[in-house]
Design a protein around this ligand. Structure first.
Ligand SMILES: Cc1ncc(COP(=O)(O)O)c(C=O)c1O
Length: 484
């Protein structure tokens, strides 16, 4: 497919910008560019076709089933998009006087209150822009807490080996030493390993529950107790909250700090690098360290500074429109709809798991939560068909592949998260496809190594695509691709 610059033709174009409704200002010479930007010149219909063609080359939740485990690629109701596109929300500026943005402050306050109720926390900051950013922020709260108590020997964060890769990375970014503890055979935390790992140098534990293999750790109260008794704090990676929202609360499990992925659980499309939100919630005793301003409800809404804030981790209130979507989602689902969504997510995952487990080997036999993990190790050993081959074949049937090769503790892993927004018919169709591919694998393993056959591109070199992306157009050599 050609790039916009290759489709551009000099003199073509259109005017899209609305007339300016504020007085113009003369820019200082230093801010003026010396030459015109090299924008592509295209007519409206060409642009429209260009982007439609691009969209057709990708797979989104609007195209079909998207069971990308751990990512919760669920359908986001359009009404929440509508709420986020209201002019009153899109046309405001964070530096406006408080009395002119009372509605926006109310959104932030209500979202904070509802999310605190759902998670069992006491306060929340919406500044972090993503899950990993929330982890980093939450760990800074833990660090600020120990520092304020002059307990600076606490330099270690314990992370089970089943954790999402961002957990140890965030801990390292905060200057902590990461202590990885091996999980038990069933994927849950090994209490003996945990007891052996905690000590006077433990700053905290990071855990997601249900964990990354889709299992709820039933020892959770014991786990958080062990860490607290050693003087550490407990951090909950809430990226898997879709399995338990409205049913159990991290605050009641004993966690002190959490982050949520609003862009997974609370109705913001993600996966394409768009704005996300990883709000950090905490118990009362950590509230004073939160980043950004708090919001107080008196006769009207007021911004208040947190006494011992760790400082800003992003400007103003984070990605505000993602919070609008989350609030609209919570209000439309309500007290009954929220737990029902989670229950259906768990039901759908177990339905698929049971219907596939006679042919696909499950990494863990027990009832799962919102996702399950298969291991293709046996198939790879017997006939050479890998998790990658099965995943790529699904593309030919209009299904996005599950997460591959994660979690790392499962070999040849395929992690399936159907989500609650898929109907029984969609699940049945997907189950039939999985079964058909399995039969094909037995009959003609060689063919699967070449899949997909019906997509615009086959198997890209994923390492080069991730490590050396070509993100700039080379205007006949004027800009070197790959230069930052
Ligand atoms: C368990 C878990 N933790 C953390 C993250 C990181 O979230 P983000 O990609 O928004 O940084 C993810 C992302 O999918 C996740 O699944």
């Amino acid at each position: 497919m050609k790039l916009v610059f290759e489709k551009s033709s000099s003199g073509r174009g259109m005017k899209l910008l609305e007339a300016c409704d504020v007085p113009g200002t003369e820019l200082l010479g230093i801010h003026k560019r010396s030459s015109s930007p090299r924008l592509p010149q295209m007519s409206e219909n060409e642009i429209s076709r260009h982007y439609t063609e691009l969209a057709k080359g990708a797979h989104g939740v609007n195209d079909g089933f998207y069971p990308l485990g751990s990512c919760t690629m669920k359908y986001n109701p359009k009404v929440n998009e509508k709420a986020a596109s209201l002019k009153g929300f899109t046309g405001i500026h964070p530096l406006q006087p408080e009395h002119t943005v009372q509605g926006a402050l109310e959104v932030l306050k209500l979202a904070e209150e509802y999310l605190c109720e759902i998670t069992g926390m006491d306060a929340m900051s919406f500044q972090p822009a993503a899950g990993a950013h929330g982890e980093f922020t939450g760990l800074l709260l833990i660090k600020a807490y120990h520092t304020a108590r002059k307990d600076e020997k606490r330099k270690k964060i314990i992370v089970p080996d089943s954790a999402h890769g961002t957990n140890p990375a965030s801990a390292a970014m905060c200057g902590y030493d990461v202590v990885s503890i091996p999980s038990r055979e069933d994927g849950c935390v090994d209490l003996d390993q945990l007891k052996a790992a905690v000590g006077e140098d433990t700053a905290g534990l990071m855990l997601t529950n249900p964990n990354t293999v889709g299992l709820f750790d039933k020892n959770i109260l014991e786990i958080t107790k062990i860490v607290h008794q050693a003087g550490g704090l407990c951090y909950y990676d809430g990226a898997n909250l879709n399995a338990v929202m409205g049913i159990v609360r991290p605050g009641d499990m004993g966690f002190d700090v959490i982050h949520l992925n609003l862009h997974k659980t609370f109705s913001t499309p993600h996966g394409g690098g768009g704005p996300g939100s990883g709000p950090v919630g905490c118990k009362e005793f950590l509230k004073r360290y939160l980043p950004g301003a708090g919001i107080e409800r008196l006769e009207s809404y007021h911004l208040t500074a947190h006494e011992a804030s760790i400082g800003a981790v992003k400007m103003f209130y984070g990605n505000f429109l993602v919070v609008v979507r989350a609030l609209a989602y919570i209000l439309t689902l309500g007290r009954e709809g929220i737990p029902e969504a989670s229950s259906n997510a768990v039901l759908n995952a177990n339905y698929m798991k049971v219907k596939l487990s006679d042919i696909y080997k499950m990494a863990y036999e027990e009832t799962c939560m919102h996702e399950f993990v298969m291991t293709l190790e046996g198939l790879k050993h017997d006939i050479g068909v890998s998790a990658m081959d099965i995943a790529k074949s699904l593309l030919d049937y209009g299904i996005h592949p599950p997460t591959m090769y994660f979690p790392l503790i499962v070999h040849e892993a395929l992690m399936v998260e159907p989500t609650e927004t898929e109907s029984r018919e969609t699940l049945d169709e997907a189950i039939a496809v999985f079964r058909k591919i399995y039969e094909e694998a037995l009959k003609d393993p060689q063919r699967l190594h070449g899949a997909p056959y019906d997509t615009p591109i086959g198997r890209p070199d994923e390492v080069t695509a991730a490590r050396k992306p070509v993100l700039k157009y080379d205007f006949g050599g004027a800009v070197k691709p790959n230069t930052p």
